[in-house]
Design a protein around this ligand. Structure first.
Ligand SMILES: [Zn+2]
Length: 338
């Protein structure tokens, strides 16, 4: 087997293939977008920059599915009064979404559901078996032909094993893949006739489907005010006037998934100047130290708000992001020249 780091040509071919399955794949539900996003995020959280294959647990994939659909399994409100739960399937609502809708009646946040471990594990197992049966089987299907460039189906019984070079390419192109998938996912929702009532009134559809809610972030801000003694994470100035915002330390544009350890509180000025840039290296160290020191508080107080809080994973994501930035010469922001 080929375990070298893929050549530039091989990397481009991979990207072309991703585009091909998004363009020509037969998509009867949004599961395939969710699967591709999940694989790409897990390659960052669990993988490394080598040409090796990577074995992924179906449980981890199922967890990513639940996170993605949890947000979308409440009514989308439009025109002030109309509301509709987005249909994620060509026929009846997708089974995973139905399961999650049921749980949302009993649990106010994903964090609360996770704490009820018996219910959580049952849901994980249900989602796991659907993921295995549906999107994993059909993702690489183009016009009835199996096109196995991500994984080989017959070798993916217990775990999903990414082929050599795939982990490397997913990590390399994760930002592009996320964006492609999100755009195609939104398009699918718009074109699905059972979502017709919301057609033409979608200014916030993207925000509704993928971005964290304001309420949730306000609750995170309350935790961080305590943690940072109400001082800006970047310039250290006091923010007693309440003029602050929750900042994604690793910018949302690079890694669009909320994890508890990624949040810092910044004054409005630093927050808007940093925008979607990475902070300079000194802040990476400050952030890592903050997470080491306050890990327990973050896990305890932010996970209950519904965010996944796993320090190791957050730090792996940061390691990936700074490596990408260094290799591709992304501009980094710091307080002085910002
Ligand atoms: Zn500041």
């Amino acid at each position: 087997m080929n375990v070298h780091i893929p050549t530039a040509q091989e990397q481009l071919k991979f990207l072309k293939n991703i585009q091909l399955i998004l363009q020509s794949g037969s998509f009867s539900s949004t599961y395939k977008f969710a699967l591709l996003i999940s694989l790409s995020r897990l390659a960052i959280e669990k993988g490394e920059d080598s040409g090796e294959s990577l074995s992924l647990e179906y449980t981890d994939i199922a967890e990513k599915f639940i996170e993605l659909y949890w947000k979308q399994a409440v009514p989308y409100i439009f025109n002030d009064e109309g509301q509709l739960i987005l249909n994620q399937n060509n026929g009846k609502q997708a089974a995973i979404v139905n399961r999650i809708i049921e749980h949302r009646k009993n649990y106010s946040s994903l964090g609360m559901l996770r704490r009820d471990s018996l219910v959580w594990l049952t849901l994980l197992n249900e989602v796991k078996s659907i993921v295995k049966k549906m999107p994993v089987t059909f993702l690489q299907n183009i016009n009835g032909q199996n096109f196995e460039f991500l994984y080989q189906l017959d070798r993916c019984r217990k775990q999903l094993i990414l082929l050599p070079q795939v982990m490397f390419c997913l990590r390399q192109f994760s930002e592009i893949i996320e964006e492609l998938c999100q755009k195609r996912w939104i398009d699918y929702i718009k074109k699905n006739s059972s979502n017709a009532p919301i057609l033409n009134q979608l200014p916030n559809l993207e925000q509704f489907m993928f971005e964290p809610s304001r309420n949730q972030l306000n609750a995170v801000a309350n935790v961080l005010v305590d943690l940072q003694d109400c001082k800006c994470f970047y310039c250290n100035k006091p923010m007693c006037n309440g003029n602050y915002a929750v900042d994604h330390f690793i910018p949302w544009s690079m890694y669009p998934s909320d994890t508890g350890h990624n949040f810092v509180l910044a004054d409005s000025s630093c927050n808007s100047k940093k925008s979607n840039l990475l902070a300079s290296d000194e802040f990476l160290h400050k952030w890592q130290e903050r997470n080491e020191e306050h890990d327990l508080i973050i896990v305890d107080r932010i996970s209950i708000l519904g965010f996944l809080t796993d320090k190791e994973r957050s730090h792996k994501v940061a390691e990936w992001a700074y490596k990408q930035a260094n290799e591709n010469n992304y501009v980094k922001w710091n307080v002085i020249n910002g």
